[in-house]
Design a protein around this ligand. Structure first.
Ligand SMILES: Nc1ncnc2c1ncn2[C@@H]1O[C@H](COP(=O)(O)OP(=O)(O)OP(=O)(O)O)[C@@H](O)[C@H]1O
Ligand SMILES: O=P(O)(O)OC[C@H]1O[C@](O)(CO)[C@@H](O)[C@@H]1O
Length: 620
């Protein structure tokens, strides 16, 4: 759901005072189309109060009600005055069920309007944190906009001048520029009525409640896209691109698309490739990237620039950027890479350098917070699915066939769960988020035995980070972390293979157990079409964002629309499968039919006892 507004922006950049959203479907998985088929209008207090970490929590708000498609039409894009929305308890918008007579005429929003909540909002706006969330009165949805940094926050006007965007084609093609202040809502659902019994059609239209599914305040993110005003003169841009962490399908597509967008769309003349990850900043030679050089790299897996783990030294990297006059930095990587980029951003702000930087979400594990998905994930799931299908074939064609597949997923089981769901062949999926017992009552071996007895075959998928408590000693005390500080894993696949073979040997049952470990194959191949497209759009959005002066963000899709997510929401955090409340895990259980396995100590497992705590979780 996209909203337009300017209230969370500094006054210098605020351009509009209207908020709008297109009519969304009732599910969470939907994407915004422009122009929207139908429009809903939400009324917000203006100016909004501040997004302040210190602000005390407020009691829950009553949900916003939106009228859709009924007379009088509110679908004309004008903002309804908040005062009319929240004026009396008898307001039609507060009453459930069906269309009600019209409210007083709509008026264009006035920032100084004497509306409920405005006084508090204005007071809040006076301290610096203020302009960061869309304030609403008692009856409306409360939105918190996650603001990202901007060059003008830390550089003086002489260093960053405004220019008209050179991509006039954007206008000519009819896309238009994305106005500052357009945001995308996350985790908001519209409900026709609380009981869910209302018909979802009808000429009279419907009244919707807007509710935030994950808490009191709905997060919103700045929408990505080309800005009418940019903060760089293209020929003065000196850009650099770096790829960090493990490789992922689509890295070359991203590199290529950044170079092409910078040079062909914006007319940038200088783009460098930093080789071998963060440590490449200290190298003597940086690679000059041209459209000709990168023209054909997107068909290959891996990264044209090379990558590495470890080797991040904030001071030295910012020294290198300063010395070489880099003013735009594009960093591809996962949560560790974002943590590194956030450290760079802090140093850049400290030195007040006119450098804008962003990250692009690379990881096959899909464990980056906030966004719908990272690039490389879809390809990895497709490849993983082939392995599961192969295991299923082997299991089916031999007596007592057991197919065992080990997949990537250090902390999160997304690849395993998605690939298992996609293939429909798995009888059991083991992920890092859910501890399990191997032997004993309620354990994995007992389940395998039962499956063989009942169906003559069984397919097990295990994510590499699952069941580490069973193999913890194997890595040894010598070296338990990699150069980036990530926990090194022991091979749970081999442990399960050995245990299964030993178990059935003791029982005197002949089994045919095939172990498939495609670990690195799922991430070293070229991207599938979906990832190629995602990478291309991410690269465009990243370039538009930096040219627009934004800095300190990761670009990524939220509800299918690319947005700018502040580093703080992603750096060093891992999204995990929400086994307590998530529908993804329930779907998986329903697909495999697997039980909640007993815990290693013999206790029955309880859903929600995640192996990974203190990390953000998202449900599908
Ligand atoms: N907290 C941190 N501060 C500074 N730099 C960091 C931090 N964490 C990781 N890095 C650096 O970021 C780079 C990539 O980190 P890491 O190896 O963890 O991969 P990642 O970005 O998380 O991607 P992947 O999904 O492949 O693991 C490394 O060069 C590492 O040194
Ligand atoms: O062996 P490497 O290169 O450290 O990569 C392994 C890790 O990379 C990841 O694929 C993330 O990129 C993890 O799933 C896996 O544990």
């Amino acid at each position: 759901m996209a909203l337009s507004g300017s209230d969370y922006l500094p006054a210098s950049r605020a351009s509009r005072g209207q908020w709008w959203c297109p009519a969304p479907p009732l599910t969470s998985a939907w994407s915004v189309q422009r122009p929207p088929p139908r429009r809903l209008v939400m009324a917000f207090a203006s100016p909004p109060p501040v997004l302040s970490p210190c602000r005390p929590a407020r009691p829950p708000r009553r949900p916003l009600r939106l009228r859709r498609n009924g007379p009088p039409s509110v679908a004309d894009g004008r903002l309804r005055r908040l005062s009319s929305l929240a004026s009396t308890a008898g307001s039609p918008l507060r009453q459930a069920g069906g269309w009600r007579p019209p409210l007083p005429p709509y008026a264009a929003p006035r920032m100084d309007a004497a509306v409920p909540g405005a006084a508090a909002a204005a007071a809040a706006a006076n301290d610096d944190v203020a302009s960061n969330d869309a304030s609403v009165t008692d009856s409306v949805l409360r939105v918190r906009v996650r603001r990202v940094g901007h060059l003008t926050d830390y550089c003086d006007g002489a260093m960053v001048k405004q220019h008209p965007n050179p991509i006039r084609r954007a206008m000519a093609d009819g896309f238009g520029f994305v106005p500052e202040g357009e945001v995308v809502l996350k985790n908001v659902a519209l409900r026709a009525d609380a009981s869910g019994t209302a018909a979802l059609d009808g000429d009279a239209g419907l009244e919707f409640q807007a509710v935030c599914r994950t808490g009191q305040d709905a997060p919103a993110y700045i929408r990505a896209g080309p800005r009418e005003t940019v903060y760089f003169e293209p020929r003065a841009v000196r850009a650099a691109i770096v790829t960090c962490g493990g490789i992922a399908p689509g890295l070359n597509t991203v590199i290529r698309a950044i170079v092409l967008t910078l040079t062909r769309e914006y007319g940038v003349e200088t783009v460098f490739g930093i080789q071998s990850g963060y440590r490449g900043f200290y190298a003597k030679n940086w690679l000059a990237l041209t459209p000709e050089l990168v023209e054909n790299i997107h068909k290959d897996g891996g990264t044209f620039l090379g990558s590495s783990r470890g080797g991040h030294d904030t001071t030295r990297i910012v020294d290198a950027l300063e010395t070489r006059g880099i003013n735009q930095l594009y960093v591809c990587g996962g949560d560790g890479t974002v943590a590194g980029a956030m450290a760079l951003q802090e140093e850049i702000i400290k030195r007040r350098l006119p450098i804008a930087l962003c990250t692009l979400p690379k990881t096959v594990d899909d464990d980056l917070c906030v966004i719908d998905k990272s690039f490389g994930f879809e390809t990895a799931v497709g490849e993983a699915q082939h392995a599961i299908n192969a295991a299923a074939r082997e299991a089916r064609d031999f007596p007592n066939g057991i197919g065992l597949v080990k997949l990537m997923g250090r902390n999160s089981g997304f690849i395993a769960v998605h690939a298992a769901l996609a293939s429909g062949e798995a009888d059991c999926v083991l992920i890092p988020e859910v501890p399990f017992a191997i032997s004993g009552p309620g354990g994995l071996l007992e389940y395998i035995e039962r499956q063989l007895a009942e169906r003559g075959k069984v397919v097990i998928v295990v994510a590499e980070g699952a069941g580490q408590e069973h193999v913890a000693d194997a890595v040894g005390a010598r070296r338990s972390r990699d150069a980036s500080g990530n926990k090194l894993l022991s091979d749970i696949g081999l442990r399960l293979l050995n245990d299964i073979k030993a178990h059935f040997a003791v029982a005197g049952t002949e089994v045919s157990c095939k172990f498939i470990d495609p670990t690195y194959m799922v991430r070293s191949c070229p991207p599938c079409a979906g990832d190629s497209l995602l990478c291309t759009l991410l690269a465009h959005s990243a370039v538009h964002g930096l040219f627009g002066g934004h800095s300190g963000f990761m670009v990524g899709p939220v509800n299918g629309v690319n947005v700018y997510v502040p580093f703080q929401e992603v750096a060093g955090k891992k999204k995990v499968v929400d086994v307590a409340r998530g529908r993804l895990w329930l779907r998986l259980l329903s697909s495999t039919g697997q039980p909640d396995f007993a815990l290693p100590n013999g206790q029955p497992a309880q859903r929600g006892s995640s192996a990974v705590s203190s990390v953000s979780t998202d449900s599908l």
